[in-house]
Design a protein around this ligand. Sequence first.
Ligand code: UDP
Ligand code: MG
Length: 319
Amino acid sequence: MPGEIVYSVVVPVFNEEEVVLESYKRLKTVMDGLGEPYEIIFVNDGSKDRTAYIINEICETDKNVKLIDFSRNFGHQIAITAGMDYSSGKAVVVIDADLQDPPELIPRMAEKWKEGYDVVYGKRIQRKGETFFKKFTAKLFYRFLRTMTEVDIPVDTGDFRLIDRKVCDALKSINERNRYVRGLISWLGFKQIGVEFVRDKRFAGETKYPLKKMMKFAFDAITSFSYKPLKLASYTGLLLSFFSFIYLLVVLYQKLFTDKTIQGWASTMAVSLFFNGIVLIMLGIIGEYIGRIYDEAKGRPLYIVRQTRNMDDANRKPR
Ligand code: UDP
Ligand code: MG
């Protein structure tokens, strides 16, 4: 007798043919162990391999497993969002497919939830099997983000977390396109707590976050929570104008009172190159913001669904 769903597990997948089956098995074991009705929602983010096919097969035999199939790759953050949109559990767990986030932590998260916490996030105390570059940039990024924003975003936490239905519903009212989901969840507030875990190495396959996606992710995080880069642009501008003004006085003095004015090609070039560089960087920062405003202004849907499996109409609450 299928009761009301208590747990919805949202798993974004992008070219994960090597891991989906294993990740389904481990999730199933853990979720069966909780002894309450659950659903596992795989969001296929435009995979080009056999991922969708494998999930379809699982859907045939296990009605607790559901599939949202995107029309193309929309990105990890959007995939998570779609999974939440379609979820109907009283608590929603977001977890990576590659088993870097151990499903075995879910019962501990559920415990905290039952104690009354609305958001239980996984805090990575150690990351295994990741490159020095990834760990270093991630550490730096989370700390930098903290200094940039007023929102209290916990460091070293990913999207692996359990959120209560009311947090999920609140999140649905946020329509931002270039989203940084974990930041938005912090911004929402509610009663939050972390549980620590060791992040494993990827079960198989390679990271689906190449440098380009990492950069976009970082820019999205900063621009959606901070104006500080824009302030930096204006402060730098002010400071440089001040020094330029002083230098202008020097130049005028030389012109009027000495005969040394013809020399100085090198200094002219240096000043011009330096200023052009700064100006371009500042324009770039402004451009990042304008681009995002442009995205929002177009108001396109966040994602397009090609098909769903095992999803009843009651769950269809697309934006
Ligand atoms: N992912 C996704 N769409 C993307 C990139 C990644 O749905 O465009 C999924 C991916 O399948 C995985 C999760 O997001 O389940 C995290 O990606 P990954 O493990 O590659 O990132 P990393 O752990 O290396 O930061
Ligand atoms: Mg991973």
